[in-house]
Design a protein around this ligand. Sequence first.
Ligand code: CP
Ligand code: NVA
Length: 299
Amino acid sequence: MRHFLEIDELSTAELTAVLDLSAVPDPERVLEGRGAALVFEKPSNRTRNSMEMAVFQLGGHPVYLTDPEMGIDRRESAQDVIRVLAGYHAVVAARVFDHGVLERMAEPDAVPVVNLLSDRAHPMQALADLLTIRQVFGGFDDLTVAYVGDANNVWRSLALGCAMVGVDSRIATPAGYGPTPDDLARIAELGGSIEVFEDPHVAVRGADVVYTDVWTSMGQEEERQARLDDFAGFTVDSALMDEASDRAVFLHCLPAHRGEEVSDEVMESARSRVWTQAHNRMHSARGLLAWLLGPGAEA
Ligand code: CP
Ligand code: NVA
């Protein structure tokens, strides 16, 4: 049984198939008359809405479930939760604090499990990011993505995805917030090129995509003040965007904290593709589900 906990669980050919399916507005209705459980331990705008609409477009019925109802590992274990949900639903997708919970949900192979964001990864976001990059540039050839900020869940899935499709990546982080040796090894194993910088101006120079995410992710609220201090100087503003290539676009997974990781001016600029990117979450969610529950994943 196939699950989708991180983007590099797909082969590059499978990733391409998912992106191609994402561009199809009416793929086979693989969820006709079936359920999809969407479990959220944290808040969401894009992920919940895009998943609910994708499930609907595939003929299925989404059931939104929150932490107080589910109480994963408090009311019952992740393994018991999934065995029960598997009797009602064709797929279970979850946003969790601890990535290990998703791994234990996938363990019994009771039903395909999809990661809707964990502390480690956000592969559904990376699909929309790659779809957006492919739409903007017409392909993945000769592109460099410069990510400015925390080497977090969003960065990890994006960097792995870029490595898979041959997009060069760079990251600029303050000391202590960069990729782990394991991150770099995984990217290298995928044949990817990654450069790590502490100066955002150097990282962004000539890049085609400038990407950022919040400095304080959900679950890190107690570190907020320290992070605000540590990330000073890492705001993506117009001066930084001017260092990028002439064709450069700005991406952000959102929600954005304007005035922190990105300026208002960049968010509203002609280079910003953040709304297209957010709307692509629905198309890529539909593509992923159509692939995962269709014949592609069985091949
Ligand atoms: N980008 C993203 O996952 O947004 P939400 O947290 O609103 O779902
Ligand atoms: N890194 C952020 C992404 C939100 C979509 C977080 O985990 O809160």
